[in-house]
Design a protein around this ligand. Structure first.
Ligand SMILES: [Zn+2]
Length: 280
């Protein structure tokens, strides 16, 4: 199995968030550097602020910033893109700067928060707290999977009103935030819904909403899925890749019925499903 692309999804971002929260809250940013690209130059605007919180929406990390005095609360928004890695380490002024460093923030206790991103699909922004007008994808995110606003009836209403492939709609971040290609395939397999269904029954929608919540929660519990580039805030791989039932298993037997899983393309996204368990 060869994976050329992997976009961190909710479980990977949440894993990083949980690691960073205790390490960053309370630290003051005394200086910053950014790679000269509009995707990263906002990083320097965090200088002088103190970290008040480390949150997440969908696949975005939201670092709450207080101050400096007289300035309203802001947020440092980080999207990991495909190869982004965020971590805290002791400052080492003698070490050279990695060619893949895109932003770094000096902390008042002698540590540094670093954002490395080989392929530069990531993004760093500093915005007034809660003001995501510059970040349209973040501004338009649907509810978090555990928000009561996301349930079987809301998912069914969304899908059945649009009549597009259910997998495409899951990836759109609109009916629910945080699902990407891996967890979409896993949830559809678990709920026994064909990825190219354009309508959901009440029963299917209830099963799929629950499956979305379950596969994401299990992904978090196992530190995320590492296929290629994803690493947590300590540089370690996740373990959820050893637990996948469907994604990336095309040609292998279905864990439920033994039928060979089929690999196809749905709206340009590689997709695996069971032709026996997931009928249209
Ligand atoms: Zn099957």
């Amino acid at each position: 199995m060869r994976h050329t692309l992997q976009m961190p999804e909710l479980p990977e971002v949440e894993t990083v968030r949980r690691q960073l929260e205790p390490r960053l809250v309370g630290a003051a940013v005394t200086g910053a550097w950014a790679f000269p690209s509009p995707k990263f130059t906002d990083a320097t605007a965090a200088t002088g602020a103190r970290v008040a919180a480390v949150g997440r929406r969908g696949k975005y990390l939201l670092v709450g910033l207080d101050g400096p005095p007289g300035r309203p609360a802001r947020e440092l928004v980080v999207h990991l893109g495909m190869t982004g890695r965020l971590g805290v380490r002791p400052a080492d002024p003698g070490a050279g700067r990695s060619p893949y460093l895109r932003a770094c923030w000096d902390l008042d206790d002698g540590r540094v928060l670093e954002f490395h991103d080989v392929r530069r699909f990531g993004r760093v922004a500093v915005v007034p707290a809660g003001d995501y007008g510059r970040l349209t994808t973040l501004a338009r995110l649907g509810p978090e999977p555990w928000d009561p606003a996301f349930d079987g009836p809301s998912l069914r209403a969304y899908v059945n009103a649009r009549r597009r492939f259910v997998k495409t709609l899951l990836l759109s971040q609109r009916p629910v935030a945080g699902v990407g290609n891996i967890y979409a395939d896993e949830a559809l397999w678990r709920a026994q819904v064909h990825p190219q269904s354009r309508r959901l029954t009440r029963v299917q929608a209830d099963l799929l909403a629950q499956a979305v919540r379950d596969v994401l929660a299990e992904g978090v519990a196992h530190g995320g899925t590492t296929l290629r580039d994803y690493r947590d805030a300590d540089g370690a791989e996740g373990a959820n890749q050893y637990r996948l039932d469907c994604y990336g298993r095309g040609g292998a037997p279905c864990h439920r019925c033994g039928t060979e899983l089929r690999q196809t393309v749905v709206d340009a996204r590689g997709t695996t499903f069971c032709p026996s368990c997931q009928r249209r």
